[in-house]
Design a protein around this ligand. Sequence first.
Ligand code: ZN
Length: 458
Amino acid sequence: MKWETVIGLETHVELATQNKLFCTCSAAFGAAPNQNCCALCLGVPGVRPVLNEKAVELAVRGALALGCRVETVSAFDRKHYSSPDLPRGYQITQFYRPLARDGTVRFAPEDGRECVVRIAQLHLEDDAGRQFHDRESGCTRIDFNRSGVPLIEIVTQPDFSTGDEVVAYLEQLKSILTYLGVSDCKLQEGSLRCDVNLSVRPVGSTQLGTRTEMKNLGSFRAIRKAVAFERGRQIRLLESGAQVVQETRRWDEDAEQSLPMRTKEDARDYRYCPEPDLPELVLDEAWVERLRREQPELAAQKQVRYAAQMGLSPYEAETLTQTRELAEYFEQTVACGAPPKQAAAWIMGQVLRQLSQRGLTAGQITLPPVGLARIIAMVEQGRVNRNTAVEVFDAVFEGGDPEQYVADHALEQVSDADAVCAAVEQVLQQHPQAVRELREGKEKAFGFLMGQAMRALG
Ligand SMILES: [Zn+2]
């Protein structure tokens, strides 16, 4: 029998706010354990949450960019479960009335197809703390710095059928949310985390099979492997006449297999109830419209514009828009007068080379765009040749004025024809022997005369 895979995703994205969702503790990553905590973060009874407006703003910006309908009125609910990193015993989320619904995201997997995934809903919730299991001591340590950090959860319809599609969607999501400044989407710091719901069914069937949910997927590589493994496991079960059990499974990165974690809770197990300490979240429609108008140009739109207005190839446009910072650097270089094709070639070649050698990101480029534009102009005007220009670029990349560097090191080419002719005449007169040899066909003499002329011109 032929099988097809049906996948839906729940993606948790940490919002790039300074403060947590319901208190003023810092939401920064990387502080010493348990430094960014107050009574609310630790679940002390009787302490009331106060909603962070900035988190709502970022969530709405994200929802608009994903084509969602933003609800003017939404509300918070308690989702109960027992875990050492959740001292309150419940998470504050939006279950009955989420912030936004019904979006779409377009993306292109590596095979070049254009895919569309439907977003079922997007809602706000707060994060739990983190547990660290120390195998040596047998202890589990808990860090509550993450407790209360604002998240949006983005739930898709079951519209994916391969791991490649899932990864391409997540890359698109990451691009959109980082362009907006909604999140830094760093998988390695856990600011983008994803649960994969997967089932299989015979090709042609319209009924969904029993699904499992895989958690703990920390990289795009793990997601690809986990999808392939879980698909194979379910098909083997069904072909041997057994059933797939609806459950939550954990992906073991080292063993490269998924393991049962717990049988899947349904909504009843979470005992959802409205959060009594928070009023309904009512949004001003004019404010939402203002956020819609303020939406910056995203990578996909930039790529179209770079191709149409600047004549860049799809590959160039895609490379230059990989981050908002790199795209802005390119646009500013062009705004400083550099021809777009030249600016693209320099950034994709020399700038990216310098960044990778130094382990820097595009946000950390120290050479201002005007500096790069000047170097490009010097080549265009024939004042320096290309090799010299790269030397100048490397020398001033960390700081310095390209014009000054060229002057200080006497790198400018003499392109004044009269000066060149005068120097050549002089060299020919001074070296009649070499001129005779050259006339007799001795090529070596040419090199000698050339060297003398270059010396004369400095
Ligand atoms: Zn706090």
